[in-house]
Design a protein around this ligand. Structure first.
Ligand SMILES: NC(=O)c1ccc[n+]([C@@H]2O[C@H](COP(=O)([O-])OP(=O)(O)OC[C@H]3O[C@@H](n4cnc5c(N)ncnc54)[C@H](O)[C@@H]3O)[C@@H](O)[C@H]2O)c1
Length: 361
């Protein structure tokens, strides 16, 4: 065989290989798995350049710090009704701009500087107070704040993705969706993404493993009725449920159910001493913005109107695992649940529905 014949033969083999690979990947795209992945909306944002953080309190300032430190924006607006506070926080960051990739940090008291933001993060609101620090109790006060602040923000940045942090975060997201008519894929809350990382951290501590290597989700309300999905917990592909007898149920010989309570009262344990929580939510929010920025996307338990998914029949905002990409939520995953987990999810949805119905919007 001549050299040129040999080259032609090798090329033909290479092309056949390439073609086979393509065929395989197009077949796998039609997998039955796609039935568990409900499309919400594909909306690509070329890049995130401008972010506005509304509320310069403990949470808003911590979020601003994380966004700047992670280089997630070069143009940050800090907005507070207390303009002097916004100005002081912005100046404090601006002084260190050289350590923050030369980011520009601008204060704002009346929304104007937020014009053309790509992402708007809402933290303005009343903090839960009183003995039980109920998020639902602070609800109506925060709705009044949102009714005043949000329409102008949407008018100035009609294409922005809105991330709602103000508590009760699920109900406030519903309120913002109702006040503004923003589509549900780009108006959502970090919701149970925070509860999920708390859950994984508690399991990891018990098993003496790195928290990032534990998988599993918390769904439903970001609050007291959140549902830790024990049947979804896995480490190195081993389902905890398969190896631990009566995991967090029945006689629960290893007492895993203790973690359920720790997940839902995690914030309270911190706020009891500090009066607020801020670092964990700030990192949670930055993680979501990073998922939107990097082009890779991420599956996280965030909350939006989940009507029609996982047995939810009403327009209720709650968290389920979602694929978060540049424009917001592109897909929602219907997690297989045990009967007990499904009924807990329904109970959580009913609590939220009741809270939504009690709002005066
Ligand atoms: N979703 C979560 O996981 C999570 C976690 C922690 C805290 N939170 C919530 O975040 C919210 C903020 O908490 P915080 O500790 O920062 O409270 P904070 O009181 O320190 O700050 C709230 C800020 O909002 C500002 N504000 C009020 N009305 C405004 C308006 N119309 N426009 C602009 N700014 C306005 C206030 O001046 C204040 O600076 C609370 O609702 C809290 O419960 C949510």
């Amino acid at each position: 065989m001549t050299l040129s014949q040999l080259i032609r033969l090798n090329m033909a083999r290479f092309q056949a290989k390439t073609w086979n690979t393509k065929t395989m990947s197009s077949k796998s795209a039609k997998s039955c798995f796609s039935k568990s992945m409900k499309p919400m909306k594909q909306f690509k944002r070329p890049r995130i350049s401008k972010i506005s953080v509304v509320g310069a309190g403990q949470v808003g300032t911590a979020i601003s710090a994380m966004l700047l430190l992670r280089n997630l924006t070069k143009n940050l607006v800090i907005l507070d009704i207390n303009y002097e506070l916004a100005q002081a926080e912005a100046l404090d960051f601006q002084h260190a701009s050289a350590f923050l990739n030369d980011a520009r940090v601008v204060p704002c008291g009346d929304s104007t500087n937020s014009k053309n933001s790509d992402v708007v993060i809402i933290t303005a609101g009343a903090r839960p107070s009183g003995k039980d620090r109920s998020r639902l109790a602070a609800m109506q006060k925060t709705v009044e704040i949102l009714k005043k602040a949000v329409p102008k923000l949407v008018e100035l940045s009609p294409d922005a993705t809105f991330i709602i942090i103000s508590n009760p975060a699920d109900v406030m997201t519903y309120a913002v969706q109702r006040i503004t008519n923003l589509p549900k894929h780009r108006c959502f809350t970090t919701g149970c993404h925070l509860d999920t990382v708390r859950f994984r951290n508690l399991i990891a501590n018990r098993l003496r493993l790195p928290p990032s290597q534990v998988h599993g989700y918390v769904i439903g309300e970001h609050g007291a009725s959140a549902v830790p999905v024990w049947s979804s917990v896995s480490i190195a592909g081993i389902r905890l449920n398969d190896v631990v007898k009566n995991l967090a149920c029945g006689d629960d010989p290893e007492n895993w159910a203790k973690i359920n309570k720790q997940v839902t009262t995690g914030g309270l344990a911190v706020a009891k001493t500090k009066g607020y929580t801020n670092w964990a939510i700030a990192l949670t929010c930055a993680d979501i913005v990073q998922a939107m920025s990097g082009g890779k996307g991420k599956i996280a338990c965030v909350g939006t109107d989940m009507k029609g998914l996982s047995g939810i029949q009403d327009n209720v905002v709650l968290s389920l695992p979602c694929l978060v990409t540049s424009g917001g939520i592109s897909h929602v995953f219907e997690l297989p649940l045990t009967d007990v987990e499904q009924s807990k999810l329904m109970a959580s949805a009913n609590i939220l529905l009741e809270a939504q119905c009690s709002l005066s919007i």
